[in-house]
Design a binder for this molecule. Structure first.
Ligand SMILES: CC[C@@H](C(=O)O)C(=O)SCCNC(=O)CCNC(=O)[C@H](O)C(C)(C)COP(=O)(O)OP(=O)(O)OC[C@H]1O[C@@H](n2cnc3c(N)ncnc32)[C@H](O)[C@@H]1OP(=O)(O)O
Length: 298
């Protein structure tokens, strides 16, 4: 079982909203969690770095399951973020899914087997996605096809979101009987303010590209009728021409400055609160009912 360094209190009964639980866990043992997550196989996270353009592409590769994330993929994403943190020539990053879908959230096969494991998984994802968000690279999520649940959460860990005309995005967590587990509430409030975060998260509304653009969640909509590969090229151009024109040292300094100035509002408390609330609903009756209902969000 997983090692946690607990501060004073022991782990409480899940699914009860108690203020006691909200201050339970501290300092998760991420190595131990990674070892456990690796037991949930499927898919991969693939990274290519182009030293000439300074643009890397990270691909969420699990197309048979609409690029949902297995435990193993969560670990691989963390390892790829390690590599990007060390990339001296880097300027930009595109995060995308394989074969025309961005990401449909957690792999439901993993979710069903990991219903005892929400707090650990959320702690691991918070650590990875905070580091992704804070990379010294200008990051864009290329949203093709569906971006759902945890996938929508992933997209908020990038600096920008570029979407296909036919793309759809929805924070469907409440429909799945849970709250956000991968840090999207904290990031959405900071990105778009309380009102919009509340609208997205409480309605579970699935937005078209036009709607998401109007709401300010999506920064750019790609031209219609491009192939998946052409959309990637168009996204690279959008990123390259707008934001990657200058020397990598300078651009990395600009991004690091922004992260530094922004970290004056430390998100660690808010993320911790977010994962404590998530852990109370994860594995609870509402989630079990949603899983049994085999909901499709298209
Ligand atoms: C743990 C994080 C948590 C969070 O914090 O939010 C989550 O993310 S919970 C997961 C939320 N996501 C879902 O509930 C997705 C459910 N799936 C759908 O809504 C639809 O499948 C789709 C994503 C809209 C795609 O629809 P469509 O294009 O019509 O294709 P299919 O429905 O036929 O899907 C193809 C294939 O892919 C499987 N699939 C899709 N998403 C997942 C997933 N998240 N986990 C596992 N498998 C997934 C789907 O079951 C199909 O498989 P087969 O039936 O075997 O072909």
């Amino acid at each position: 079982m997983i090692t946690w360094i607990l501060k004073g209190v022991s782990r409480c009964t899940p699914h009860k909203v108690t203020s006691r639980l909200l201050s339970t866990f501290h300092q998760p043992d991420l190595k131990a969690i990674a070892k456990e997550l690796e037991n949930f196989p499927g898919g991969s996270i693939d990274l290519t770095k182009d030293n000439e353009t300074g643009i890397a592409v990270m691909v969420i590769n699990n197309p048979d399951k609409r690029n949902s994330l297995s435990g193993k993929m969560m670990v691989e994403m963390s390892e790829k973020v390690d590599q990007l943190e060390q990339w001296a020539q880097g300027k930009g990053l595109i995060l995308m899914g394989k074969d025309g879908s961005f990401c449909s959230g957690g792999d439901l096969a993993f979710v069903k087997k990991a219903l005892h494991y929400g707090a650990e998984m959320a702690a691991f994802q918070h650590h990875t996605l905070t580091r992704l968000h804070n990379l010294p690279l200008i990051s864009v999520a290329l949203l093709q096809g569906h971006t759902l649940g945890g996938g929508a959460e992933l997209s908020t860990a990038c600096d920008f979101r570029v979407m296909s005309t036919s793309g759809k995005i929805g924070f469907v967590q409440v429909k799945m009987g849970i709250t956000t587990g991968w840090g999207a509430t904290t990031r959405l409030v900071s990105l778009l303010g309380r009102k919009k975060a509340l609208q997205f998260l409480s309605s579970a509304k699935i937005m078209s590209a036009q709607e998401a653009h109007q709401e300010g969640l999506v920064d750019h909509i790609l031209q219609n009728s491009l192939s998946h590969n052409e959309e990637l090229e168009a996204c690279k151009q959008w990123l390259g021409l707008n934001y990657c024109n200058y020397d990598s040292n300078l651009l990395q300094a600009v991004k690091a400055l922004i992260v530094h100035c922004d970290s004056s509002k430390d998100t660690s408390k808010s993320l911790k609160y977010e994962r404590d609330v998530f852990a109370q609903f994860w594995g609870g009756p509402a989630q079990k009912a949603a899983l049994a209902a085999k909901i499709k969000h298209n």
